[in-house]
Design a protein around this ligand. Structure first.
Ligand code: AMP
Ligand code: MG
Length: 312
């Protein structure tokens, strides 16, 4: 970024940044989002670095239309009916979790390796103008550092994230609450998170199942909100065992794939999920991973690897 530019930027400049895999904070009706091209691992890795999040969670994809979602996710008639009602007619804040099509273009890092996706059409004129001008969806968690409060004004964003992130000022957010998340992958309604849209709002459309208790997910394992490779995973591996796929970091002569030859943790995060997917296949029977420094976004990489070891 040009250091002489004000961090508050007009929409045209924001579009240039987003097209060039840079992160921009944009207003939505719920909270300010930290947005990046959801089809680019490189762009999405920057979101995690900026948020300083010690974990990779799947991110919500922001879209301008139902048509865009239909290009890469499976949208049943029922899901379409709900999107039409809640997004297009009522303009309320709800995200739908859907099954992805096989050859979708989305970043595996943004999906945290899952084959489902959460999608949302934000009801904010600035967010919609930005989304309507781009050919790709935007991955956008709340624009605050991990453990800080969500931000509802451009100034909050600058206070939380510093002036390294360009912000499009759209005034203060009307809702200030995060979106309701509804899982539609079973073609029935399962509430994953309560927000502006309540179970009562959904009830006229059919049976609503709750998958949370007081904000906490009841059965995280069953919901498959996290990806783990099928093959057993070992961390801090320096030398390959037989039939093992070795995922390298920095100098590693016998790595099958290398997360970042130059030792760049941002690049390693961007490659993590797609490389795990690539190595999770025959003839390999296990996956070993070189030691990853536990600093910055490296902590989130190690967190994901640790969980994959436990789940595997
Ligand atoms: P935020 O962007 O901070 O509002 O949070 C995103 C929320 O959406 C997190 O709680 C994620 O776990 C959830 N989420 C995103 N994608 C999925 C998915 N594919 N399946 C289930 N939950 C998801
Ligand atoms: Mg948040």
């Amino acid at each position: 970024m040009n250091m002489f530019l004000m961090p508050i930027v007009p929409i045209e400049i924001a579009l240039k940044y987003l097209t060039n895999q840079q992160v921009v904070s944009i207003p939505t009706e719920t909270v300010y989002g930290l947005a990046a091209n959801a089809t680019s691992d490189e762009a999405v890795a920057k979101i995690y670095t900026l948020k300083n999040r010690p974990q990779f969670n799947p991110l919500i994809m922001h879209v301008p239309s139902i048509e865009m979602v239909e290009r890469w996710a499976i949208v049943s008639e029922f899901a379409k009916q709900l999107m039409d009602e809640f997004w297009m007619k009522r303009g309320v804040s709800i995200s739908f979790v859907l099954e992805l099509k096989k050859n979708h273009p989305l970043s595996l890092l943004a999906l945290a390796g899952l084959n489902t996706v959460a999608v949302r059409r934000p009801n904010h004129p600035v967010a919609l103008e930005i989304l309507n001008s781009l050919p790709f969806p935007l991955a956008a968690p709340s624009a605050n550092r991990s453990n800080n409060l969500s931000t509802t004004t451009a100034n909050h964003v600058l206070e939380s994230l510093g002036d390294g992130v360009p912000v499009v000022d759209g005034g203060s957010c009307a809702v200030g609450l995060e979106s309701t998340i509804l899982d539609m992958t079973q073609d029935q309604m399962t509430l994953l998170r309560l927000g502006a849209v309540t179970a009562d709002d959904l009830a006229p459309f059919g049976k609503v199942t709750h998958a949370y208790t007081e904000g906490a997910i009841k059965a995280p394992g069953m919901l498959k909100r996290h990806y783990a490779p099928q093959r057993p995973l070992k961390m801090n591996v320096l030398n390959k065992e037989s039939d093992m796929a070795l995922l390298g970091f920095e100098d590693c002569a016998d790595a099958n794939l290398n997360l970042s030859i130059s030792g760049n943790l941002n690049e390693a995060a961007a490659n993590l999920f797609s490389y795990l997917h690539q190595l999770d296949r025959e003839p390999f029977t296990s996956i070993g991973v070189n030691p990853i420094p536990d600093t910055g976004i490296g902590a989130a990489i190690n967190d994901r690897l640790k969980r994959a070891c436990e789940e595997g």
